[in-house]
Design a protein around this ligand. Structure first.
Ligand code: PLP
Length: 436
C-alpha cells in the first residue's frame, strides 16, 4: 500500500517529518520527499520545521483523485491574477530589449525610484520629503523573496537574551513563516478570527513574547481574509513596534484591490511625526497590474533598513532586468489600468454575493481578491469540489498553523481566488454552490 504523505493540518509546524515517520509505524510505504526526512543530513535542520508549501499539499491531496471528465477544470487555488495587463508593458519590454545584456543596478533606475516615490506620495498623500526616492525605496524582484530576505536583516541572534520571535497573523502568507524559521527565530502565529474582524491582536500578547519580538509581519488588505486595517490600527501597531523595538514589515501587495474606500497605508501611520524608523512596507505589481511573471515590486520605509536591504541585495539578491524596470516605471505612473482592474474585481464580488450570500459564512471582503468560506471541513470540501465539480480550491488549514491549544483556525475554511474572468467565475461559483 502506498500512502502519500500530506502534512495533516493538525500537525504542528514544530513536528519534524522524521518524528512523523516514527509516529506512523504502520508497516506501509510512506512516500515523502527525501529532502525532508530527518535521516538525510540536510545542512540546516531548521528547514525540517517547514511543511510542504500549500500548493504542493493541494497536489498531494488531489492529484490522485479523478475530476469529472465532462467539466473544464478551474484552478481557484492560486492567487495568480488572470486579468489582462496593459499593452504598453510588452511594447516597453521590446523597445528596451537591447538592455538585457547589461547587469542591472541593485538600487534600481532613478526613473523607477522616482515613479515609486511619486506613486506613494499621491496614493497616501504623504508629507513632502518624508519618503524620498533615493533614500527610502528599494526595488525587488517581486515581494516574496524580499519579504523573506528581510528576516535576515531584522532578526538578531538574540533578543532580550533569548531566541528572537517573529510574529505573524494566522492564517499567514507562507513566506513569513519560512523566513522566520530560516533566520533562526521562533515563529508565533496570532489568530485572526471573524470575531476580531480578522485582524491580529499583537498588543494583547504576553509581555515576555513582545520583549523577544524582533520582527512582525502583517498584511493589509490581508490574504486570505481581505481584512483592511484602519489608520488607528496601523498607528497603534507602529507605536507598538517602537515600544518593543521590533521591525514592522507590512505587506501591502493587495492595497489597490478594494471594495469601498482605498485602504490606508502604514506610511500614513508614520506621517504624524514623519518618523519611518523600524517600518518597511512592501508593494508589488503582481496583483495591482496583473504582471505576476514580471517579478517587480518595491520596499519602502526606514532609510537605514533600506540601506541594509540594498546591501543584502548586493550579496544575494536577484536584480530586476533593465527592460523590466522601464515597464515597471510606466506601470507605477499609470492609474487607468488599476481603476479598470478594480472594477473587474468588484463585478465579480457582486456576482459572488448573488450566488453565495447567506451560505458558507459569505462576506464581501474589504480588500484583496479571495473568498474565505466557512464550509465546515476545508479539506473534505476541497476533495469534494475537485471530484464532483473539477474546481480546485485551497483548504484553509494549509494557510494556518495550530494555535497553542491544538485547534487550527483554518480547518473549517476554503480559500477561493477570484482571479479568472467573469464568465469563468460565474460558472465556477455556481458549481461551488451546487456541490457543497
Ligand atoms: C500576501 C502576499 N504577499 C506577497 C505576495 C508575493 O507576491 P509577489 O512576489 O508576486 O510580489 C503574495 C503573492 O501571492 C501574497 O499573497
Amino acid at each position: 500500500m502506498r500512502l502519500y504523505y500530506v502534512l495533516d493540518s493538525r500537525i504542528n509546524l514544530r513536528i519534524t517529518c522524521g518524528q512523523l515517520c516514527k509516529q506512523l509505524n504502520l508497516g506501509i510505504e510512506i512516500v515523502i520527499p527525501q529532502s525532508l526526512t530527518a535521516d538525510r543530513q540536510i545542512i540546516n535542520p531548521r528547514l525540517d520545521m517547514l511543511p510542504d508549501y500549500p500548493f504542493e499539499r493541494v497536489r498531494g491531496l488531489l492529484d490522485h483523485l479523478p475530476a469529472p471528465g465532462n467539466l473544464e477544470p478551474v484552478a481557484l487555488s492560486l492567487g495568480e491574477p488572470q486579468h489582462p495587463y496593459p499593452d504598453f508593458v510588452g511594447e516597453i519590454l521590446h523597445a528596451n530589449r537591447h538592455l538585457y545584456g547589461k547587469y542591472p543596478p541593485v538600487a534600481g533606475t532613478p526613473d523607477f525610484r522616482r515613479a515609486v516615490a511619486d506613486w506613494l506620495n499621491r496614493r497616501y498623500d504623504l508629507p513632502d520629503g518624508m519618503v524620498r526616492a533615493d533614500d527610502h525605496i528599494a526595488p525587488c524582484a517581486g515581494t516574496r523573496e524580499a519579504l523573506f530576505r528581510t528576516a535576515f536583516l531584522a532578526v538578531p541572534p538574540k533578543k532580550a537574551g533569548k531566541q528572537p520571535v517573529v510574529l505573524m497573523p494566522n492564517p499567514f502568507y507562507q513566506c513569513y513563516a519560512g523566513a522566520a524559521v530560516a533566520a533562526g527565530a521562533e515563529p508565533i502565529f496570532v489568530n485572526t478570527l471573524a470575531e476580531n474582524g480578522f485582524l491580529p491582536d499583537f498588543a494583547g500578547l504576553d509581555e515576555g513574547i513582545l520583549a523577544r519580538t524582533a520582527l512582525v509581519y502583517f498584511c493589509t488588505p490581508g490574504n486570505p481574509q481581505g481584512a483592511v486595517a484602519d489608520l488607528a490600527y496601523l498607528e497603534a501597531l507602529v507605536a507598538l513596534s517602537r515600544q518593543y523595538d521590533f521591525t514592522l514589515v507590512v505587506d501591502e501587495c493587495y492595497a489597490e484591490i478594494y471594495n469601498g474606500d482605498p485602504p490606508p497605508g502604514t506610511l500614513q501611520a508614520c506621517a504624524g511625526d514623519g518618523d519611518l524608523s523600524g517600518v518597511l512596507v512592501f508593494h508589488s505589481l503582481s496583483k495591482r497590474s496583473n504582471v505576476a511573471g514580471l517579478r517587480s515590486g518595491f520596499v519602502a520605509g526606514d532609510g537605514e533598513l533600506i540601506t541594509l536591504f540594498r546591501r543584502l541585495s548586493e550579496y544575494g539578491g536577484s536584480p530586476t532586468p533593465l527592460p523590466v524596470f522601464a515597464a515597471a516605471t510606466a506601470l507605477w505612473q499609470d492609474e487607468e489600468h488599476v481603476v479598470a482592474n478594480r472594477a473587474l474585481y468588484r463585478e465579480k464580488f457582486d456576482l459572488a454575493e448573488r450566488i453565495l450570500s447567506n451560505r458558507f459564512g459569505f462576506y464581501r471582503p474589504d480588500g484583496g481578491f479571495f473568498l474565505w468560506l466557512d464550509v465546515g471541513n476545508g479539506e473534505a470540501a476541497t476533495r469534494e469540489l475537485w471530484t464532483q465539480a473539477a474546481i480546485r480550491v485551497l483548504p484553509g488549514s494549509y494557510l494556518t498553523a495550530e494555535d497553542g491549544i491544538g485547534d487550527n483556525p483554518g480547518d473549517r475554511y476554503i480559500r477561493v481566488a477570484m482571479v479568472h474572468d467573469y464568465a469563468v467565475m460565474e460558472d465556477a461559483l455556481a458549481r461551488i454552490a451546487q456541490t457543497l
